[in-house]
Design a protein around this ligand. Structure first.
Ligand code: FES
Length: 286
């Protein structure tokens, strides 16, 4: 039994599902349009936005806790606590947007993560009220309680990132495990016009799409959470043609794998494809 085993039990806590369903519907309805969602996911950054934003309130509140250990630091401590509370607004918005596009086990854990963080914010707001009323000892106590709660929330968030790989690039290993030499992917006549198929390139599933003489190849496992792109929807035309992941709607440009819409933030790796003597060949470019 290890301390974080409890987190795995949270993943299976289906009693949270009705609340997850309601909050997810609310988040998806309120955090719009898609451009705002993309910005909050971190599509423009090529990296999830939520994790670096969390550094701001955690850093401010940890600094306030250190100051609270010393006399005559009340004003600076209150300023840091206030700054941390304000910084939770964009942090939470980015977090909820990412959370709304996760799978049920991660959403159950994420709901508890958010609960711990809201408890922390409540403690800090109460701490600020106590300090305003010159009840400094109570203010410090509430501040330490807030820090404890945010650290628990952070640990749960770490579990989501490291154990459940939420926000991770699920194609990160492709260049190490995929075939970099030209490899046979089957007969060219098996490649239908305008309808994607999947083939195996070493350990990597490959999405193949033929449109006329043009054959597009992408890693089939979505960089967001490994959804099967060949089961997705095709959108756009010409150089802007895209595939939309069937699981959470990440949209990738077929010509270069660029993320057009999140939740994915990492581009989808390209697979080089050619036809030789009636056979399809593919390789993962270095
Ligand atoms: S797996 Fe989530 S968008 Fe593809």
């Amino acid at each position: 039994m290890q301390p974080f085993d409890a987190m795995e039990r949270l993943e299976r806590l289906t009693v949270l599902d009705p609340a997850v369903k309601k909050v997810r519907a609310l988040v998806r309805q309120k955090i719009q349009p898609q451009e705002l969602r993309d910005a909050l996911h971190g599509v423009w950054l090529g990296h999830p936005l939520h994790p670096p934003l969390t550094d701001v309130p955690i850093g401010a509140w940890t600094s306030a806790a250190v100051l609270d250990l010393f006399p005559r630091t009340g004003a600076a401590s209150s300023a840091l606590i206030s700054f941390g509370v304000v910084a939770t607004a964009p942090t939470a918005l980015a977090g909820w947007t990412d959370w709304s596009e996760l799978n049920p086990p991660e959403q159950r854990v994420g709901l508890v993560h958010a609960g711990a963080n809201y408890l922390a914010v409540s403690c800090y707001l109460a701490s600020l009220v106590a300090r305003t009323r010159r009840k400094y000892a109570l203010g410090k106590l509430l501040g330490f309680a807030g820090l404890g709660s945010v650290l628990v929330g952070g640990a749960i968030g770490g579990h989501l990132g490291y154990r459940r790989a939420s926000g991770a690039n699920h194609t990160a290993d492709v260049r190490d495990t995929g075939a970099s030499e030209w490899t046979d992917l089957g007969a060219a006549e098996e490649l239908p016009e305008g309808s994607p198929i999947v083939r195996q390139l070493g350990q990597v599933p490959v999405f193949l799409l033929r449109r006329g003489d043009l054959i597009r190849g992408l890693v089939d496992r979505c960089s967001h959470l490994s959804g099967p792109l060949h089961e997705g929807r095709l959108a756009g035309a010409g150089a802007d043609a895209c595939v939309v992941c069937p699981w959470h709607g990440s949209t990738f440009r077929l010509s270069d794998g660029t993320v057009v819409h999140g939740p994915a933030t990492a581009p989808q790796p390209l697979v080089a494809v050619r036809i030789t003597a009636g056979r399809i060949e593919g390789r993962i470019p270095a």
